[in-house]
Write a protein that binds this ligand. Sequence first.
Ligand code: NAP
Length: 338
Amino acid sequence: MAKVKIAINGYGTIGKRVADAINMQPDMEVVGVTKTKPDFDAKMAVKKGYKLYAAIPERVKVFEEAGIPVEGTIEDLLQDVDLVVDASPNKVGAQNKPLYEKLGVKAIFQGGEKKDVAEVSFNAIANFEKAIGKQFVRVVSCNTTGLTRLIYTIKKNYPIKKVRATMIRRVVDPKEDKKGLVNGIEPNPIKLPSHHGPDVQSVLPDVNIVTTAFKVPTTLMHVHSVSIELQDPVSEDDVLKALSEEPRIMLINSADGFTSTTRIVEFSRELRLRYDLYENAVWADSIGIVDGELYVTQAINQESIVVPENIDAIRAMLELKDKEESIKETNKNLKIGI
Ligand code: NAP
Protein backbone atom coordinates (compact mmCIF):
# COMPACT_ATOMS: atom_id res chain seq x y z
CA MET A 1 0.00 0.00 0.00
CA ALA A 2 1.26 3.49 -0.85
CA LYS A 3 2.36 5.55 2.11
CA VAL A 4 0.18 8.53 3.05
CA LYS A 5 1.85 11.90 2.51
CA ILE A 6 2.30 14.15 5.51
CA ALA A 7 3.50 17.76 5.71
CA ILE A 8 4.99 19.28 8.83
CA ASN A 9 4.18 22.97 9.18
CA GLY A 10 6.63 24.14 11.85
CA TYR A 11 9.84 22.12 12.10
CA GLY A 12 10.62 23.04 15.71
CA THR A 13 10.79 21.10 18.97
CA ILE A 14 7.64 19.10 18.30
CA GLY A 15 7.66 19.22 14.48
CA LYS A 16 11.11 17.68 14.04
CA ARG A 17 10.34 14.86 16.47
CA VAL A 18 7.03 14.10 14.79
CA ALA A 19 8.74 14.19 11.36
CA ASP A 20 11.35 11.62 12.39
CA ALA A 21 8.69 9.44 14.04
CA ILE A 22 6.53 9.51 10.89
CA ASN A 23 9.46 8.29 8.81
CA MET A 24 9.85 5.36 11.21
CA GLN A 25 6.32 4.12 10.30
CA PRO A 26 5.70 1.84 7.29
CA ASP A 27 2.42 3.49 6.27
CA MET A 28 3.30 7.21 6.17
CA GLU A 29 6.04 9.56 4.99
CA VAL A 30 7.04 13.19 5.38
CA VAL A 31 6.91 15.03 2.05
CA GLY A 32 8.10 18.38 3.35
CA VAL A 33 8.71 20.54 6.40
CA THR A 34 8.53 24.29 6.95
CA LYS A 35 10.55 26.94 8.76
CA THR A 36 10.55 30.72 8.82
CA LYS A 37 14.24 31.14 9.72
CA PRO A 38 17.29 29.87 7.82
CA ASP A 39 18.99 28.67 10.99
CA PHE A 40 20.81 25.44 12.00
CA ASP A 41 17.48 23.58 12.29
CA ALA A 42 16.69 24.50 8.66
CA LYS A 43 20.15 23.36 7.56
CA MET A 44 19.81 20.10 9.50
CA ALA A 45 16.39 19.45 7.96
CA VAL A 46 17.92 19.68 4.49
CA LYS A 47 20.92 17.58 5.55
CA LYS A 48 18.57 14.89 6.82
CA GLY A 49 16.85 14.80 3.45
CA TYR A 50 13.66 16.68 4.25
CA LYS A 51 12.32 18.97 1.55
CA LEU A 52 12.21 22.43 3.06
CA TYR A 53 9.49 25.02 2.40
CA ALA A 54 8.95 28.55 3.69
CA ALA A 55 6.18 28.67 6.31
CA ILE A 56 5.59 32.30 5.38
CA PRO A 57 5.76 33.08 1.61
CA GLU A 58 7.69 36.35 2.08
CA ARG A 59 10.50 34.40 3.76
CA VAL A 60 11.53 32.49 0.60
CA LYS A 61 14.09 35.16 -0.24
CA VAL A 62 15.59 34.99 3.26
CA PHE A 63 16.38 31.31 2.72
CA GLU A 64 17.74 32.03 -0.75
CA GLU A 65 19.99 34.78 0.64
CA ALA A 66 21.29 32.32 3.25
CA GLY A 67 22.03 29.78 0.51
CA ILE A 68 19.53 27.23 1.82
CA PRO A 69 17.45 25.60 -0.91
CA VAL A 70 13.68 25.81 -0.45
CA GLU A 71 11.20 24.01 -2.65
CA GLY A 72 8.57 26.73 -2.35
CA THR A 73 6.01 27.93 0.19
CA ILE A 74 3.65 26.14 2.56
CA GLU A 75 0.90 26.54 -0.03
CA ASP A 76 3.03 24.68 -2.60
CA LEU A 77 3.72 21.94 -0.06
CA LEU A 78 0.05 21.47 0.73
CA GLN A 79 -0.94 20.90 -2.91
CA ASP A 80 -0.26 17.18 -2.75
CA VAL A 81 -0.53 15.95 0.85
CA ASP A 82 -3.03 13.81 2.74
CA LEU A 83 -2.59 15.65 6.02
CA VAL A 84 -0.57 18.44 7.63
CA VAL A 85 0.79 18.30 11.17
CA ASP A 86 0.77 21.91 12.34
CA ALA A 87 3.49 22.29 14.97
CA SER A 88 3.81 26.05 14.71
CA PRO A 89 4.17 28.22 17.84
CA ASN A 90 1.25 28.64 20.28
CA LYS A 91 -1.82 30.23 18.66
CA VAL A 92 -0.20 30.33 15.20
CA GLY A 93 -1.96 27.09 14.26
CA ALA A 94 -5.32 28.86 14.46
CA GLN A 95 -3.96 31.49 12.05
CA ASN A 96 -2.83 28.74 9.65
CA LYS A 97 -6.20 26.96 9.73
CA PRO A 98 -7.93 29.09 7.01
CA LEU A 99 -5.26 27.92 4.53
CA TYR A 100 -5.95 24.27 5.40
CA GLU A 101 -9.68 24.92 5.00
CA LYS A 102 -9.14 26.67 1.65
CA LEU A 103 -7.10 23.74 0.31
CA GLY A 104 -9.28 21.07 1.93
CA VAL A 105 -6.34 19.51 3.78
CA LYS A 106 -6.78 17.59 7.03
CA ALA A 107 -4.78 19.06 9.90
CA ILE A 108 -3.52 18.10 13.33
CA PHE A 109 -2.97 20.98 15.74
CA GLN A 110 -0.94 20.92 18.96
CA GLY A 111 -1.76 21.70 22.56
CA GLY A 112 -0.80 25.38 22.34
CA GLU A 113 -4.01 25.97 20.41
CA LYS A 114 -7.42 26.51 22.00
CA LYS A 115 -9.62 23.44 21.92
CA ASP A 116 -12.11 25.03 19.50
CA VAL A 117 -9.45 25.02 16.73
CA ALA A 118 -10.42 21.38 16.10
CA GLU A 119 -13.38 19.04 16.22
CA VAL A 120 -11.66 16.72 18.69
CA SER A 121 -9.07 17.03 21.47
CA PHE A 122 -7.08 13.82 21.18
CA ASN A 123 -5.29 11.27 23.28
CA ALA A 124 -4.67 7.90 21.64
CA ILE A 125 -5.50 5.56 24.50
CA ALA A 126 -8.40 7.67 25.79
CA ASN A 127 -10.39 8.64 22.68
CA PHE A 128 -8.80 7.37 19.43
CA GLU A 129 -12.24 6.56 17.99
CA LYS A 130 -13.41 10.19 18.24
CA ALA A 131 -10.76 11.23 15.67
CA ILE A 132 -11.63 8.64 13.03
CA GLY A 133 -12.14 10.36 9.66
CA LYS A 134 -12.04 13.86 11.19
CA GLN A 135 -10.79 16.95 9.34
CA PHE A 136 -9.25 18.79 12.30
CA VAL A 137 -7.87 17.24 15.48
CA ARG A 138 -5.90 18.80 18.34
CA VAL A 139 -3.32 16.64 20.14
CA VAL A 140 -3.49 17.97 23.71
CA SER A 141 -0.45 19.47 25.44
CA CYS A 142 2.37 17.58 27.16
CA ASN A 143 0.94 18.03 30.66
CA THR A 144 -2.58 17.13 29.54
CA THR A 145 -1.29 14.08 27.65
CA GLY A 146 0.54 12.88 30.77
CA LEU A 147 -2.42 13.45 33.06
CA THR A 148 -4.94 11.98 30.63
CA ARG A 149 -2.95 8.77 30.12
CA LEU A 150 -2.60 8.23 33.85
CA ILE A 151 -6.21 9.03 34.72
CA TYR A 152 -7.61 7.01 31.81
CA THR A 153 -5.54 3.96 32.76
CA ILE A 154 -6.73 4.08 36.37
CA LYS A 155 -10.33 4.86 35.39
CA LYS A 156 -10.46 2.00 32.87
CA ASN A 157 -9.70 -0.40 35.70
CA TYR A 158 -11.18 1.28 38.77
CA PRO A 159 -14.00 3.87 38.86
CA ILE A 160 -12.83 7.20 40.20
CA LYS A 161 -14.67 9.95 42.09
CA LYS A 162 -12.34 12.87 41.57
CA VAL A 163 -8.79 13.90 40.70
CA ARG A 164 -6.68 16.64 42.24
CA ALA A 165 -3.27 17.27 40.70
CA THR A 166 -0.37 19.70 40.97
CA MET A 167 1.92 20.25 38.03
CA ILE A 168 5.51 21.24 38.70
CA ARG A 169 6.37 22.58 35.29
CA ARG A 170 9.73 22.96 33.57
CA VAL A 171 9.98 26.66 32.88
CA VAL A 172 11.11 26.44 29.23
CA ASP A 173 12.50 23.86 26.82
CA PRO A 174 16.31 23.27 26.89
CA LYS A 175 16.90 25.26 23.68
CA GLU A 176 15.29 28.47 24.96
CA ASP A 177 17.82 31.22 25.71
CA LYS A 178 15.54 34.25 25.60
CA LYS A 179 13.21 33.50 28.51
CA GLY A 180 13.12 31.53 31.71
CA LEU A 181 13.07 31.66 35.47
CA VAL A 182 16.55 31.62 36.98
CA ASN A 183 15.90 31.42 40.68
CA GLY A 184 12.24 31.34 41.62
CA ILE A 185 9.10 29.25 41.88
CA GLU A 186 6.24 30.81 39.99
CA PRO A 187 2.64 29.89 40.77
CA ASN A 188 1.33 29.60 37.20
CA PRO A 189 -1.38 30.73 37.29
CA ILE A 190 -1.51 32.55 40.60
CA LYS A 191 -5.31 32.48 40.56
CA LEU A 192 -6.29 28.83 40.78
CA PRO A 193 -7.18 26.46 39.21
CA SER A 194 -4.83 25.96 36.25
CA HIS A 195 -6.11 25.30 32.72
CA HIS A 196 -4.92 21.68 32.79
CA GLY A 197 -8.07 20.34 34.49
CA PRO A 198 -10.46 21.68 31.82
CA ASP A 199 -7.98 20.53 29.18
CA VAL A 200 -8.13 16.95 30.51
CA GLN A 201 -11.93 17.28 30.40
CA SER A 202 -11.68 18.14 26.69
CA VAL A 203 -10.64 14.47 26.28
CA LEU A 204 -12.31 12.87 29.34
CA PRO A 205 -15.43 15.02 29.88
CA ASP A 206 -16.82 13.01 32.79
CA VAL A 207 -13.76 13.34 35.05
CA ASN A 208 -14.05 15.62 38.10
CA ILE A 209 -10.59 17.21 38.12
CA VAL A 210 -8.99 20.33 39.61
CA THR A 211 -5.35 21.21 38.94
CA THR A 212 -2.78 23.68 40.16
CA ALA A 213 0.58 24.46 38.54
CA PHE A 214 3.94 25.98 39.40
CA LYS A 215 6.87 26.80 37.11
CA VAL A 216 10.32 25.93 38.42
CA PRO A 217 13.83 26.65 37.05
CA THR A 218 14.46 23.41 35.17
CA THR A 219 14.21 22.57 31.48
CA LEU A 220 14.19 18.77 31.52
CA MET A 221 10.77 17.46 32.51
CA HIS A 222 7.51 18.24 34.27
CA VAL A 223 6.57 16.44 37.49
CA HIS A 224 2.94 15.77 38.46
CA SER A 225 1.76 15.05 41.97
CA VAL A 226 -1.63 13.41 41.53
CA SER A 227 -4.26 12.24 43.99
CA ILE A 228 -7.26 10.26 42.82
CA GLU A 229 -10.24 9.49 45.03
CA LEU A 230 -11.47 6.01 44.10
CA GLN A 231 -15.03 4.77 44.32
CA ASP A 232 -14.20 1.32 45.69
CA PRO A 233 -11.38 -0.10 47.81
CA VAL A 234 -8.27 -0.68 45.65
CA SER A 235 -4.83 -1.86 46.76
CA GLU A 236 -1.46 -0.44 45.76
CA ASP A 237 -0.74 -3.72 43.95
CA ASP A 238 -3.98 -3.34 41.95
CA VAL A 239 -2.84 0.11 40.81
CA LEU A 240 0.65 -1.12 39.98
CA LYS A 241 -0.78 -3.97 37.91
CA ALA A 242 -3.09 -1.63 35.98
CA LEU A 243 -0.27 0.81 35.21
CA SER A 244 2.18 -1.94 34.28
CA GLU A 245 -0.23 -3.17 31.60
CA GLU A 246 -0.21 0.17 29.71
CA PRO A 247 2.89 0.41 27.46
CA ARG A 248 2.75 4.21 27.34
CA ILE A 249 3.34 4.26 31.08
CA MET A 250 6.83 3.31 32.26
CA LEU A 251 7.16 2.29 35.89
CA ILE A 252 10.40 3.43 37.47
CA ASN A 253 11.74 2.96 40.96
CA SER A 254 13.96 5.03 43.22
CA ALA A 255 15.81 1.83 44.20
CA ASP A 256 17.10 1.72 40.59
CA GLY A 257 18.56 5.19 40.98
CA PHE A 258 15.62 7.18 39.62
CA THR A 259 15.82 9.79 42.35
CA SER A 260 14.95 12.83 40.21
CA THR A 261 14.20 13.95 36.67
CA THR A 262 17.93 14.29 35.95
CA ARG A 263 18.30 10.54 36.44
CA ILE A 264 15.34 9.83 34.17
CA VAL A 265 16.95 11.98 31.48
CA GLU A 266 20.28 10.20 31.91
CA PHE A 267 18.45 6.88 31.46
CA SER A 268 16.64 8.24 28.37
CA ARG A 269 20.00 9.27 26.86
CA GLU A 270 20.89 5.60 26.77
CA LEU A 271 17.45 4.56 25.56
CA ARG A 272 16.52 6.90 22.73
CA LEU A 273 17.37 9.35 20.00
CA ARG A 274 17.61 12.87 21.54
CA TYR A 275 16.79 11.33 24.97
CA ASP A 276 13.12 11.42 24.00
CA LEU A 277 10.86 9.67 26.48
CA TYR A 278 7.47 8.97 24.93
CA GLU A 279 6.11 7.32 28.07
CA ASN A 280 4.84 8.75 31.38
CA ALA A 281 7.57 7.91 33.91
CA VAL A 282 5.59 6.89 36.99
CA TRP A 283 7.45 6.25 40.23
CA ALA A 284 6.16 2.85 41.35
CA ASP A 285 7.30 3.56 44.88
CA SER A 286 5.30 6.80 44.98
CA ILE A 287 2.06 4.86 44.74
CA GLY A 288 0.19 4.89 48.02
CA ILE A 289 -3.42 4.57 49.13
CA VAL A 290 -4.58 6.61 52.13
CA ASP A 291 -8.28 6.75 53.14
CA GLY A 292 -9.39 5.46 49.73
CA GLU A 293 -7.31 8.04 47.92
CA LEU A 294 -4.53 7.09 45.51
CA TYR A 295 -1.34 9.19 45.53
CA VAL A 296 1.08 8.95 42.64
CA THR A 297 3.97 10.98 41.21
CA GLN A 298 5.02 10.99 37.56
CA ALA A 299 7.50 12.79 35.33
CA ILE A 300 6.77 13.87 31.75
CA ASN A 301 9.29 14.74 29.03
CA GLN A 302 7.54 17.71 27.46
CA GLU A 303 9.41 17.59 24.16
CA SER A 304 8.49 14.05 23.17
CA ILE A 305 5.42 12.73 24.98
CA VAL A 306 3.00 13.96 22.30
CA VAL A 307 4.96 12.34 19.44
CA PRO A 308 3.20 8.93 19.47
CA GLU A 309 -0.15 10.72 19.86
CA ASN A 310 0.47 12.62 16.61
CA ILE A 311 1.23 9.35 14.82
CA ASP A 312 -1.97 7.71 16.08
CA ALA A 313 -4.01 10.82 15.26
CA ILE A 314 -2.76 10.58 11.64
CA ARG A 315 -3.90 6.95 11.43
CA ALA A 316 -7.30 7.75 12.97
CA MET A 317 -7.99 10.76 10.73
CA LEU A 318 -6.90 8.96 7.56
CA GLU A 319 -8.61 5.72 8.69
CA LEU A 320 -5.45 3.67 8.21
CA LYS A 321 -5.87 1.38 11.21
CA ASP A 322 -8.17 0.86 14.18
CA LYS A 323 -7.21 1.97 17.70
CA GLU A 324 -5.55 -1.21 18.88
CA GLU A 325 -3.62 -1.80 15.63
CA SER A 326 -2.44 1.79 15.38
CA ILE A 327 -1.20 2.04 18.96
CA LYS A 328 0.53 -1.33 18.64
CA GLU A 329 2.22 -0.27 15.40
CA THR A 330 3.33 3.09 16.82
CA ASN A 331 4.62 1.48 20.01
CA LYS A 332 6.57 -1.10 18.03
CA ASN A 333 8.20 1.40 15.69
CA LEU A 334 9.07 3.88 18.45
CA LYS A 335 10.14 1.05 20.78
CA ILE A 336 7.61 2.08 23.41
CA GLY A 337 7.04 -0.41 26.19
CA ILE A 338 10.23 -2.37 25.60
P1 NAP B 1 8.95 25.72 18.53
O1 NAP B 1 10.06 24.85 18.97
O2 NAP B 1 9.05 27.19 18.72
O3 NAP B 1 8.71 25.40 16.98
C1 NAP B 1 7.78 26.11 16.23
C2 NAP B 1 8.10 25.95 14.76
O4 NAP B 1 7.11 26.64 14.00
C3 NAP B 1 9.44 26.48 14.33
O5 NAP B 1 10.02 25.57 13.46
C4 NAP B 1 9.11 27.79 13.58
O6 NAP B 1 10.02 28.02 12.56
C5 NAP B 1 7.76 27.42 12.99
N1 NAP B 1 6.91 28.58 12.67
C6 NAP B 1 7.05 29.88 13.05
N2 NAP B 1 6.05 30.61 12.53
C7 NAP B 1 5.29 29.77 11.79
C8 NAP B 1 4.14 29.91 10.99
N3 NAP B 1 3.53 31.11 10.83
N4 NAP B 1 3.60 28.82 10.38
C9 NAP B 1 4.18 27.62 10.51
N5 NAP B 1 5.29 27.41 11.26
C10 NAP B 1 5.84 28.47 11.88
O7 NAP B 1 7.58 25.30 19.22
P2 NAP B 1 7.21 23.88 19.85
O8 NAP B 1 7.70 23.85 21.24
O9 NAP B 1 7.57 22.80 18.90
O10 NAP B 1 5.63 24.02 19.95
C11 NAP B 1 4.79 23.77 18.84
C12 NAP B 1 3.41 23.45 19.34
O11 NAP B 1 3.47 22.27 20.14
C13 NAP B 1 2.77 24.52 20.25
O12 NAP B 1 1.39 24.50 20.08
C14 NAP B 1 3.11 24.02 21.64
O13 NAP B 1 2.23 24.49 22.65
C15 NAP B 1 2.95 22.53 21.44
N6 NAP B 1 3.68 21.72 22.40
C16 NAP B 1 4.93 22.05 22.77
C17 NAP B 1 5.58 21.27 23.72
C18 NAP B 1 6.95 21.62 24.20
O14 NAP B 1 7.26 21.35 25.34
N7 NAP B 1 7.80 22.18 23.39
C19 NAP B 1 4.96 20.14 24.24
C20 NAP B 1 3.69 19.78 23.78
C21 NAP B 1 3.05 20.59 22.87
P3 NAP B 1 11.24 29.05 12.77
O15 NAP B 1 12.01 28.54 13.97
O16 NAP B 1 12.00 28.92 11.50
O17 NAP B 1 10.60 30.39 13.00
